[in-house]
Design a protein around this ligand. Structure first.
Ligand SMILES: Cc1cc2nc3c(=O)[nH]c(=O)nc-3n(C[C@H](O)[C@H](O)[C@H](O)COP(=O)(O)OP(=O)(O)OC[C@H]3O[C@@H](n4cnc5c(N)ncnc54)[C@H](O)[C@@H]3O)c2cc1C
Length: 285
């Protein structure tokens, strides 16, 4: 839709162009959310897709994903895919969650090619499938502050409520780094929705690292992402205790599922994910 409050769109070429952000000036990435409903408080947008950030870069401690990486680029970066980029490796099984996270959200071909990783993370919706994947892989956000400094936020702490996160006015999510230990981890994924193509009612993603540490990440069912950590693959009783430890007011209530249903199905999905993580690596094929 046309945004008739917008007076100017700034095409960013360098970091200094982001200095105008804040107040009535907002970040424009893929625009798939921004242009889907009125944005009454915004008068100016800064397009960050023109900054030329490489979508995926291997670093000394993992994989850096630019905020402007599209869902198509992110989903295409899984193991065994035709990568089109030199950085993805077949021995990074953890990247399987990239495509699974993207498919957990309802997206047309057009959104798939336009929407960005950063846009999904910064929207911080409970059903944010990309946000869920980068949390499940213990990603860390690199945030550019308006005063020229940087800060890093573990993504498990980033979203604090539906559509609410720790970004301050004028801040820009620059990238997300997935640590090597998560790229090397085995993962499992379960999603449920009230209808076959419906928005996620509950999503559980599991990660088992090479030293057997495990994490279960719960999204869509809760108003903010919840991570349950375990020193080794958890027993059924430990999974149940983990679910029971979640504050009852955290179970999300919207037309895509009632809180009691979400709590119930989340435990079922978490038990399935945990069972999959219990299977030893060599026995998976
Ligand atoms: C039909 C439809 C169905 C959808 N279904 C789902 C769904 O099931 N689950 C789900 O999670 N989402 C869903 N969405 C929303 C989806 O998350 C977004 O469309 C997309 O992921 C946002 O990416 P974008 O690049 O288009 O962001 P934009 O629309 O450009 O921006 C989204 C918001 O994030 C801010 N932002 C973007 N990038 C940055 C950055 N780097 N730093 C700081 N702020 C930034 C923008 O200012 C804006 O507030 C749906 C959208 C549509 C239109």
């Amino acid at each position: 839709m046309d945004l008739d409050t917008i007076r100017e769109v700034v095409v960013a070429r360098e970091r200094a162009d982001l200095g105008v952000l804040g107040g009535s000036c907002g970040v424009l990435a893929g625009g798939t959310f921004l242009f889907s409903e009125p944005q009454e408080r915004l008068e100016r947008l800064v397009d960050i897709t023109t900054l030329g950030w490489p979508a995926l870069s291997e670093t000394h401690d993992g994989l850096e994903i630019a905020a402007t990486c599209t869902l198509a680029e992110f989903a295409g970066a899984g193991p065994g895919r035709e990568l089109g980029t030199p950085v993805l490796r077949a021995q990074w099984p953890g990247t399987a969650l990239f495509a699974q996270g993207c498919r957990a959200l309802l997206a047309s071909h057009k959104i798939w090619r336009t929407a960005t990783v950063g846009g999904n993370v910064c929207l911080s919706l409970p059903a944010g499938g990309v946000l869920a994947a980068v949390i499940a892989l213990d990603g860390v956000a690199l945030v550019w502050s308006p005063d020229g400094t940087d800060r890093r936020i573990p993504l498990r702490e980033f979203a604090i409520g539906p559509g609410i996160n720790l970004l301050l006015p004028g801040e820009v999510l620059r990238s997300i780094t997935i640590p090597t230990r998560s790229l090397l981890a085995r993962t499992a994924f379960r999603k449920i929705a009230l209808s076959p193509l419906g928005r996620s009612g509950a999503v559980v993603m599991g990660r088992r690292e090479r030293d057997d540490r495990c994490a279960l990440t719960i999204t869509a069912a809760t108003s903010r992402p919840i991570v349950l950590d375990f020193a080794e693959p958890p027993s059924a009783a430990e999974v149940r205790a983990g679910i029971e430890s979640i504050d009852p007011s955290t179970w999300f209530d919207d037309p895509h599922g009632a809180p009691d249903w979400r709590c119930h199905v989340t435990e079922l999905l978490a038990q399935q994910v945990s069972a999959e993580l219990h299977v030893e690596a060599g026995a998976q094929q």
